[in-house]
Design a protein around this ligand. Structure first.
Ligand SMILES: COc1ccc([C@H]2[C@H](O)[C@H](O)[C@H](C)N2C)cc1
Length: 450
């Protein structure tokens, strides 16, 4: 590997207590809220086919009109306590809230620009209310911050001229000032989720960004920052020139989930997921497939089974309401978590061969192993392959600890867990499987001659 001044500053996972807490969350909530929720994906009767929070970039949206929307932002229905209660009932252990998206509108009264909530009819600090409400529910708060800022005069996507560079210096100072301001105002923040860091102009700021990251981490010990924040001195993002991840977890899994444990390269990671195909901010007319709670629960369990966190996005409307579709899904996920949360919290990857019926998770403290079943085989026989020297002794339904499910040995290190549900299976369910580490009994299985 080559020597880098602004590459990864740590190899391997962070092992401190704050990161252990992050690793054990399992389920998080993303909130995308801002003035883009006012048009909600429409303008003068026209439907915007893109992501609602990007409507400013739409040719049909006059920039002037968008940039004046804040003058009518007055979300009277906004109820931070209600949002936090709903997230608690869903089972979210952390929340990531947009402080400022690419449009540059600040949901907190920043003193470094007038383009903030303080200058809207609503006036009050939205971030402060959300931080207090989620803290009160015991849900850890993380702040989303977009480096891209279409409102700031010094923002550039690339630096072509000396004038660009001079303007961009102001933008760099402004960016640093806002981040320091956010951590000073909201010291209970556990981490920052950076976005909009793909511009050439920012990629060239390896030294500045590295120094800024150091300054922010000094302000809040244990602060967690993902891999999307900065590039190394050769312009490499997420992974430096030597292939080592920069930051505390990989932020590359957006609306997609790794397939195998090899895909995560031994790093912590989160998957951030939308309910429709690709809407983060509020769009009043979702087109295409809207994910069901069964689909979202499977994504959550698949993420946990591969040592990641699953962060589900909510996009409140211009009035401050959580839309009915999201309320319904939060309730359905919450109902499932009420019964099955122990297969998510504090759990991760079990190195048993993945089977078709679903996913294994294991509790990192207790070693308790779970089979989370999504696809019941017509035979009712759930195949389980165990590592050498491991013998499954007992299996029972998590919901009925007194149940005793038959385990049949069918081959060396291979078993059928026979489960015939009494009633039709409508939601994923969990079988707990207990094992004994037994010494190798070569046993009576004849290896095939080939
Ligand atoms: C150009 O493709 C993009 C750019 C930015 C995004 C932003 C979304 O607005 C949302 O904030 C998501 C987390 N982020 C990656 C998504 C797709």
């Amino acid at each position: 590997s080559i020597t880098l001044k602004h590459g990864a500053h740590r190899l391997g996972k962070r092992t401190d207590k704050q990161m252990q807490t992050w690793r054990n969350y399992g389920l998080g909530q993303f909130i995308h809220w801002g003035v883009y929720a006012i048009p909600g994906g429409h303008w003068e009767g026209k439907y915007y086919p893109g992501a609602a929070e990007w409507i400013r970039s739409w040719k049909e949206m006059p920039k002037e009109a968008y940039d004046n929307l804040y003058k009518q932002f007055n979300p009277e229905k906004f109820n931070a306590r209600g949002w936090a209660k709903q997230a608690k009932e869903m089972g979210a252990k952390y929340v990531i809230i947009t402080t400022k998206h690419h449009d540059g509108f600040c949901l907190w009264p920043s003193k470094y620009t007038d383009y903030t909530i303080a200058k809207s009819p609503y006036k009050k600090d939205i971030i402060g209310q959300l931080v207090d409400a989620y803290d009160a529910e015991g849900i850890d708060v993380y702040l989303y911050f977009s480096i891209i800022d279409w409102n700031h005069p010094g923002y550039r996507s690339s630096l072509k001229t000396e004038a660009d560079r001079k303007e961009y210096e102001d933008f760099k100072t402004f960016t640093r000032n806002q981040l320091v301001e956010l951590l000073e105002r909201y010291p209970s923040t556990k981490g920052l989720w950076f976005d909009g860091s793909w511009d050439k102009a920012w990629i060239e700021q390896a030294e500045f960004a590295d120094e800024l990251g150091r300054e922010l981490r000094e302000m809040i010990p244990g602060l967690i920052i993902g891999s999307r924040f900065r590039a190394d001195e050769n312009g490499n993002r997420h992974f430096d020139t030597n292939g080592d991840m920069m930051g505390d977890y990989e932020q590359g899994w957006e609306r997609k989930i790794p397939e195998t444990i090899e895909d995560i390269h031994g790093n912590d990671w989160d998957c951030v997921m939308t309910i429709p195909e690709n809407q983060w901010g509020y769009h009043s007319d979702w087109k295409g497939h809207v994910k069901t709670s069964n689909e979202l629960i499977e994504m959550l369990v698949k993420s946990v089974s591969l040592d990641g966190n699953f962060v589900l996005n909510f996009g409140p409307d211009g009035e401050g309401n959580i839309r009915p579709e999201e309320t319904k899904l939060a309730a359905e996920i919450g109902a499932w978590m009420d019964v099955n949360k122990e297969v998510v919290y504090g759990c991760g990857y079990l190195d048993w061969k993945k089977q078709d019926w679903g996913y294994y998770t294991v509790n990192r403290e207790t070693g308790k192993k779970y089979m989370v079943v999504f696809n019941m085989p017509v035979s009712g026989a759930l195949r389980v392959k165990v590592p050498d020297n491991t013998r499954p002794d007992k299996a029972y339904l998590l919901e009925q600890p007194e149940s005793d499910i038959t385990i049949e040995e069918i081959h060396r290190n291979e078993y059928f867990v026979h489960y015939k549900p009494m009633t039709p299976v409508k939601k994923p369910f969990v079988i707990v499987i207990e094992t004994t580490e037994s010494d190798a009994d070569e046993g009576h299985y004849q290896k095939a001659k080939t």
